[in-house]
Design a protein around this ligand. Structure first.
Ligand code: PLP
Length: 426
């Protein structure tokens, strides 16, 4: 089962359920699980045996999802969470605490940016933001207190790609892991663990779920990072709430699970952002067709970008696979089979034209999401970033003419026709 198409359909649920022989992944709607005996109960609570206790901690449906996504990314283990936002948060607080620092790319998804800019500092975790396009900026911002480097495969809003391998080398030379949000690429297009990343964060809400119907997130760990050096006391120090176990040092054969097991037993158990089994099940359904969908999203994305490039009402267009794009070389390296359905462009006539364009789309839905099976469009300056001053908008590279498309799975001719009609209304 070495190919991703096969893993998407089978990993984590290779045999039918032993009791029911259910062929499709079953949905277990249960809060808790009966113990066989008091000894069994004690073994589960004392980690002598791994097994189901309570759905905030683990669930058999979520377990299939976790095994499947871990297999897709080539990781040792994964943890499903309530949202991509909680996945980003837990990935940090599982290795950093008050007094620690993170170095992060500055072109993050808006919600993650706010979390890193406002919430983490309020908890005493300082985040140093850098322009990720020059990997040396990470080197310059790392201090003795830095616990991790964080970036996204495809950045916001201009779809910039970063050089994962160069950034990973820098992180590793300081004994710290590289955490990568791969929501925009998915394991079908880019697997950061194959390019020097140690931990991957996904929002399941977007292309993995794929149908704009659920909220979910997941963290995947390679199992290869060395947590025993003392650089990450949260993992190596004795854990008081687990009989002074050191996750990094005391797990024996299970030590590749240290980071994910700690995330399950400490942040997830005690802060509680678990994914519902229903949403985990929906994500599993989405993942079954992920490679097919990403192929079509990528085809429709690049075809839409080429169409826009030749359109008289369009000033500029960006898609990482568009020849001549600033990120074309990186896209060829990290996403050689296509770079997805996100397209951004500048419309002639600025903000007013942008608004008019959005209003005259019919097939594209106007809403704040990406990664739906259906095509979506938004004009950031008048919506997601409208609370920013003009100067702040320009700092964030939200120009008044910027239009963002999340190109869906419709027929490319219908997509082009809808865009063309909306552009000609300007
Ligand atoms: C949507 C998104 C998130 C947040 O995920 P939610 O599931 O909406 O919480 C994080 N990172 C990226 C890149 C996203 O697109």
């Amino acid at each position: 089962m070495s190919n991703i198409e096969t893993k998407c359909l089978h990993a984590g649920y290779e045999q039918a359920d032993a009791t029911t022989k259910a062929h499709a992944a079953p949905l277990y709607r249960t809060t808790s699980y009966r113990f066989d005996s008091t000894e069994h109960a004690n073994n589960l609570f004392t980690l002598k045996e791994l097994g189901n206790i309570y759905t905030r901690l683990m669930n058999p449906t979520t377990d299939i999802l976790e095994q499947r996504v871990a297999a897709l990314d080539g990781g040792a283990a994964a943890l499903g969470l309530a949202s991509g936002t909680s996945a980003a948060f837990y990935s940090i607080i599982n290795l950093a605490q008050k007094g620690d620092e993170i170095v992060s790319a500055n072109n993050l998804y808006g919600g993650t940016y706010t979390q890193f800019n406002d919430i983490l500092p309020s908890m005493g975790i300082k985040v140093n933001f850098v322009d990720p396009l020059d990997p040396q900026n990470f080197e310059k911002a790392i201090t003795a207190n830095t616990k991790a480097v964080y970036c996204e495969v495809v950045g916001n809003p201009l779809l910039d790609l970063v050089d994962l391998e160069a950034i990973g080398d820098i992180a590793h030379s300081h004994g710290i892991p590289l955490i990568v949000d791969a929501t925009f690429s998915t394991p079908a297009l880019c697997r950061p663990l194959e390019h020097n990343a140690d931990i991957v964060v996904h929002s399941l809400t977007k292309w993995l779920g794929g149908h704009g119907a659920i909220i979910g997130g997941i963290v995947v760990d390679s199992g290869k990072f060395d947590w025993t050096t003392g650089k990450h006391p949260l993992l190596s120090d004795p854990e008081p709430s687990y009989w002074n176990t050191s996750f990094a040092n005391d797990l024996g054969d299970l030590s590749p699970l240290a980071y994910i097991l700690r995330m399950r037993l400490i942040p997830l158990r005690n802060l509680g952002a678990c994914i519902s089994p229903d949403n985990a099940w929906q994500a599993i359904q989405g993942i079954e067709t992920l490679p097919l969908r990403m192929e079509r999203h990528s085809f429709n994305g690049i075809e839409t970008a080429k169409f826009l490039q030749n359109h008289p009402k369009v000033e500029w267009v960006r898609h990482p696979s568009l020849p001549g794009d600033d990120c074309y070389e990186l896209a060829q390296k990290y996403m050689p089979h296509g770079s997805g359905g996100m397209v951004v462009f500048g419309i002639r006539g600025g903000a007013e034209a942008g608004r008019k364009f959005i209003e005259n789309l019919n097939l594209f839905s106007h809403l704040a999401n990406v990664g739906d099976a259906r095509s979506l469009a938004i004009h950031p300056a008048s919506t997601t970033h409208s609370q920013l001053s003009e100067e702040q908008q320009l700092n964030a590279r939200i120009t008044p003419d910027l239009v963002r498309l999340s190109v869906g799975l419709e027929h490319i001719d219908d997509i082009k026709k809808d865009i063309d009609e909306a552009l000609s209304s300007i």
